[in-house]
Design a protein around this ligand. Structure first.
Ligand code: PEP
Length: 251
């Protein structure tokens, strides 16, 4: 039985004092929430703070990116083992902002996914189409290509220790959420596609939805059979919104 996972992606937001207040409220609010997984993916400099505050709670933490390299002369990069030093459980790979702004192509994303798993981190692999791709009817082809880049290199079994996040690019940070039916259709396509290679991997894979999820729309999205929680951007910066989303993911 898959457990829903709600993960906050703080993006490049935060500050020590602000994070402390946010995490204190999330920790307190999560005390009565059961039957779901909760995580926050914070900017690298705040991993120590996240570790210090979240250690011993039910809330996991992780990073929003990592290097595909294990170590060496890669100025400005952060390796998977460095993330492990700070107790990370998750690392987001292939977020659409990284793909669009920082040139993370499918091959690089697959290398980052592999580097995360090699160190024992759980990659959260983001996939999703742009508005132009949706309008030209290639949503499934785009999502399939992004998944194949990883499974073609590492095999479908690699997804048994990973999380997938379907994030239509047109819904990220725009306030335009995919309708539950629109999102479910793509989630079902993804699970079906993976089931074609391994029923077991497909059945157990957590597939999150991401794109303007809020307290007000989370329950209807999470009620869909193939939506296993969410990757949350803007609403993860507001403790009460984030907690409402977590409560909507309870069994
Ligand atoms: C995201 O950054 O992954 C995301 C889904 O952002 P938002 O919730 O703000 O749309």
């Amino acid at each position: 039985m898959r457990e829903k996972l709600v993960a906050g992606n703080w993006k490049m937001h935060g500050g020590l004092a602000q994070n402390e207040a946010l995490l204190e409220q999330v920790i307190a609010g999560m005390e009565n929430v059961r039957g779901m997984g909760c995580a926050v993916c914070v900017p690298f400099p705040y991993l120590f703070q996240a570790q210090s505050m979240l250690h011993g709670t039910a809330i996991s933490w992780g990073a929003q990116n990592l290097s595909q390299h294990d170590k060496g002369a890669f100025t400005g990069e952060v390796s998977a083992s460095m993330l492990l030093d700070f107790g990370c459980r998750y690392a987001i790979v292939g977020h659409s902002e990284r793909r669009a702004i920082f040139g993370d192509d499918d091959a690089t994303v697959a290398l980052k996914f592999e580097a995360a798993q090699r160190a024992g981190l759980i990659p959260i692999l983001c996939v999703g189409e742009t508005l132009a791709e949706r309008e030209s009817g290639v949503t499934e082809a785009v999502v399939a290509r992004q998944i194949d880049a990883v499974t073609g290199k590492l095999g479908v079994a690699a997804l048994s220790k990973a999380v997938l996040a379907y994030e239509p690019v047109w819904a990220i940070g725009t306030g335009k959420t995919a309708s539950p039916d629109q999102a479910q259709a793509v989630h079902a396509f993804i699970r079906g596609k993976i089931a074609g290679q391994s029923k077991d991997v497909a059945e157990n894979l957590v597939i999150q939805y991401g794109g303007s999820v809020k307290g007000a729309n989370a329950a209807e999205l999470f009620a869909m059979p193939d939506i296993d929680g969410g990757l949350i951007g803007g609403a993860a910066l507001d403790a009460q919104e984030f907690l409402a989303i977590c409560r909507a993911a309870q069994r």
